[in-house]
Design a protein around this ligand. Structure first.
Ligand code: ASP
Ligand code: MG
Length: 490
């Protein structure tokens, strides 16, 4: 649809009644100018609370379940009280109650079975998004904006990988257009749940943690939107994590490929899969701060002329390095790699970096700490024979590591950059454990000791000249009787 804007609000941007009001203001302001569809996350920390409730259920901990459910109820009921006018209270509280009861019913089933099947988790966990949709759509209506809540099950068609589903774009396009275009044409603003979808035969799925960004880009692509705005609680995508690098700067513009690499290597603003559905239509994305909407934010585009070599440095602390090594001439290094990666791939574990070399056929790869247990179970299960017969050395795990990734499309074909990055890291006396650079030359990834990660990130950020420039002294303090010098335009 021509001119269509998709706006997505993250958990903190709808974290309280005040934040819902701010989100609605931003929506209404744009909806005056052009058609808008909205995608919302659960309120901040709600998805964690829901998942925790299901863990209590599996363990048969009824008291834990009850405490969590009470919290779920009180947070949403309170927002409803603060947000909606008196005459709408009863109706909206009833809708909230209904969503929570649906969640409760599934959780009770889990408690009875002592089990938490991924399929049921997906069906239940989207309660958070469904509650947000009720609150935002009802508030918009109460403010006089025609709006309708839409469950993304009716819009996004996915495969059946519960907990981490992928969209099937053709059927999604059909469904999304059939459900949403009539609303948009009649001037009704769709408020759609982020995070979820359903298989073609109607089984509820989710797109993975943080998947609402991905939902929004799927909807944007399906409807041929003109733009996607992703509202968060930070000013945009930064040149490094500001908690590690105090002079990290907000990037004005960045490419799809760079943003995806940064997200993958730890930058939190965007889900790494967000940009893939947009590539074909080249739909631009803005990452903006709903707490400071006047700030420009970061524009994410298919390609940019703003040439720098390294755009940003991402980092991840909570990772683990797994190393395998053949112990027998009958098993060569490539076979070890193939079997290990196959074991990992079949469990849907994300591999962040792979590195292999040397006569000893040593091979290592990096996974997120929370996926370590699953990875080890996969390897030890699938490679049990090789391990038992000593074709393989015992698998080694190093948890005291961190990942640093220097990212930039401009690094391509530039010589000397890797050398500068490694030298910068060595200058602060941090040892490099493993390195990788794909032939796309988009990222140079380095594994270092965890306790040296912060220093290494600061060093590389400075070496690549990514910090905020010191403020330009344009306004010298006027001397007594003196004239204030004019700034002079160039
Ligand atoms: N609420 C979901 C999560 O916390 C999806 C999202 O916020 O993007 O993972
Ligand atoms: Mg998010």
């Amino acid at each position: 649809m021509k001119n269509l804007l998709i706006m997505k609000f993250g958990g903190t941007s709808v974290g309280s009644a005040e934040r819902f009001r701010a989100a609605a203001r931003l929506v209404v302001e744009e909806a005056r100018k052009r058609p808008v569809a909205v995608v919302v996350s659960a309120m901040s920390r709600i998805t964690d609370l829901l998942l925790d409730t299901m863990r209590h259920a599996e363990a048969g901990d009824r008291a834990g379940m009850a405490a969590n459910l009470a919290q779920l109820r009180s947070r949403h009921e309170q927002v409803c009280r603060e947000l909606l006018p008196e005459e709408r209270q009863a109706a909206v509280q009833a809708q909230i109650g209904k969503r929570i009861e649906e969640f409760e019913r599934i959780v009770n089933g889990m408690a009875m079975l002592g089990e938490r099947p991924p399929r049921s988790v997906d069906e239940a966990v989207v309660a958070g998004e469904r509650l947000s949709v009720v609150l935002l759509s009802e508030y918009l209506k109460a403010q006089g904006t025609a709006a309708e809540g839409v469950d993304a099950r009716e819009v996004v068609v996915t495969d059946a990988v519960f907990g981490n589903a992928s969209p099937l774009m053709e059927p999604t396009r059909e469904k999304a257009r059939a459900r949403l275009l009539p609303l948009l044409r009649q001037g009704t603003l769709p408020v759609i749940t982020g995070f979820n979808g359903a298989t073609a035969d109607g089984r509820p799925t989710t797109l993975g943690r943080g998947g609402s960004d991905f939902s929004a880009s799927i909807v944007a692509a399906a409807l041929d939107a003109a733009e996607l705005w992703i509202w968060t609680d930070v000013d945009g995508i930064m040149s490094a994590d500001p908690r590690l690098v105090p002079d990290a700067a907000v990037l004005a513009e960045i490419t799809y490929a760079e943003a995806a690499e940064l997200a993958y290597a730890g930058a939190k603003v965007l889900h790494p899969r967000t940009l893939a559905p947009l590539a074909e239509k080249k739909i631009p994305v803005w990452s903006k701060n709903s707490f400071a909407p006047e700030k420009q934010g970061t524009r994410i585009v298919p390609s940019t002329s703003q040439g720098t070599t390294t755009r940003a440095v991402a980092s991840l602390g909570k990772v683990a390095l797994i190393s395998l090594e053949s112990a027998s001439p009958e098993l060569n290094g490539v076979q070890v790699m193939a079997r290990a990666l196959d074991a990992i791939a079949r469990r849907n574990v994300e591999v962040l970096l792979v590195s292999s070399s040397s006569y000893r056929q040593n091979f290592c790869f990096l996974v997120r700490e929370e996926e370590l247990e699953r990875s080890m179970a996969a390897l030890e299960g699938d490679l049990a024979l090789e391990l038992a017969h000593h074709y393989l050395e015992p698998i080694r795990v190093d948890r005291e590591v961190g990942l640093l990734a220097a990212v930039g499309e401009g690094m391509q074909g530039k010589s000397g950059l890797a050398g500068r990055i490694f030298t910068a890291i060595s200058r602060v006396q941090v040892n490099i454990i493993a390195i990788a650079q794909g032939s796309s030359e988009l990222t140079i990834a380095v594994v270092v000791r965890r306790d040296g990660l912060e220093k290494a990130v600061q060093a590389v950020h400075a070496e690549c000249g990514l910090g905020q420039r010191p403020p330009v002294p344009v306004f010298p303090f006027p001397r007594e009787g003196g004239k204030v010098p004019s700034r002079g335009r160039e």
